[in-house]
Design a protein around this ligand. Structure first.
Ligand SMILES: CC(C)(COP(=O)(O)OP(=O)(O)OC[C@H]1O[C@@H](n2cnc3c(N)ncnc32)[C@H](O)[C@@H]1OP(=O)(O)O)[C@@H](O)C(=O)NCCC(=O)NCCS
Length: 289
């Protein structure tokens, strides 16, 4: 199963599948209340939850089939998140994608999670989305989400080598076909041709970089294993930056994201996240015409 999933709001017609998932023994064992749920209680909980303005329930889908649920319960100044995959979807690394998609839906409310200390898969999944353990009791660890850290690119040794290593890992590129030499790369960083260029970290771990250009295009590069963060990163960029004013037929009113034509995974991810593809750009070389 490829990891591209989308999410949608839950409906009452999801009652059966949610009951099945919530009563899955692994999910029960991971919950605060471990006893099996009764159908009547489940229906009354779901009816109430779907009507509530403080509860947000999203169903993850893969190729149109439901694969899990991510739920946010807003309490005072924060939201508590819970996550459960369908039994057949567990163990495939889909949890972090579903979690990240949910996080991108609920604004900038601080997010917290309570995870059983022995639930290593869940703890790994939350850590991969930027959650950091803040306290623990006998059974549960408390995690808070700390937004992605942005650090302005400067031409020091550390940033130059971090970006060069990241460049080596890139599978798809637009502006260069072969890896530039280290010296060319160094020069490029010194010229810093962008409106803004930031390194991105999750709890001190470097996960990628992005830049904004004066034509309102955004370039996003996430290192392998962190593609799931795309919706969270785009959301944070759009919260923190405004596009430059529109210039008709020169500069779009909105930010736009360029995706290499061979990067089918990123294209599928953008489509699944509900973004509209705009154009295919061709390179025109004189000698070919
Ligand atoms: C917990 C859950 C959301 C995790 O999602 P998932 O995508 O199935 O997670 P995976 O099993 O693929 O594991 C995630 C990561 O943990 C690692 N991991 C899993 N079990 C591990 C173990 N026992 N020891 C070390 N690492 C482990 C995996 O290797 C993977 O690492 P990677 O991302 O670096 O490859 C999902 O399994 C689930 O819904 N479980 C039932 C309900 C539940 O526990 N919900 C969470 C309540 S807080």
């Amino acid at each position: 199963m490829c990891g591209i999933i989308s999410i949608r709001l839950a409906k009452l017609s999801d009652a059966n599948i949610l009951f099945y998932w919530r009563n899955d023994p692994l999910t029960r064992a991971a919950s605060e209340r471990t006893s099996p749920l009764l159908w009547e209680d489940h229906i009354s909980w779901l009816t109430h939850t779907l009507q509530s303005t403080t509860q947000h329930v999203f169903i993850g889908e893969h190729e149109g089939l439901p694969i899990g649920v991510v739920r946010f319960s807003v309490e005072h100044d924060h939201a508590v998140v819970s996550l459960a995959l369908a039994p057949a979807a567990q163990g495939k690394g889909l949890g972090k994608s579903l979690l990240a998609l949910g996080m991108a839906q609920i604004g900038s409310t601080p997010i917290r999670a309570r995870i059983r200390c022995d639930n290593v898969a869940s703890r790994t999944c939350f850590a991969a989305c930027g959650f950091v353990e803040t306290s623990k009791d006998e059974d549960f660890c408390c995690y808070n989400y700390f937004r992605l850290a942005f650090e302005c690119v400067v031409p020091n040794d550390d940033h130059i080598s971090t970006l060069y290593e990241a460049l080596k890992l890139r599978e798809h590129t637009i502006s260069h076909i072969n890896l530039p030499t280290f010296e060319d790369h160094q020069e490029f960083i010194k010229t810093h041709p962008y409106r803004c260029w930031n390194l991105v970290s999750v709890a001190t771990k470097y996960v990628g970089n992005f830049y904004l250009q004066n034509d309102n295009s955004i370039g996003v590069h996430l290192i392998p294993g962190f593609d799931h963060l795309l919706p969270v990163l785009l959301k944070q960029i759009l919260n923190e930056y405004d596009p430059l004013p529109e210039i008709k037929s020169m500069r779009s009113a909105n930010f736009i994201l360029h995706v290499p034509v061979g990067d089918h995974k990123r294209q599928a991810q953008m489509n699944a996240n509900g973004h509209t593809p705009l154009q295919i750009t061709y390179s025109l070389q004189k000698e070919q015409l």
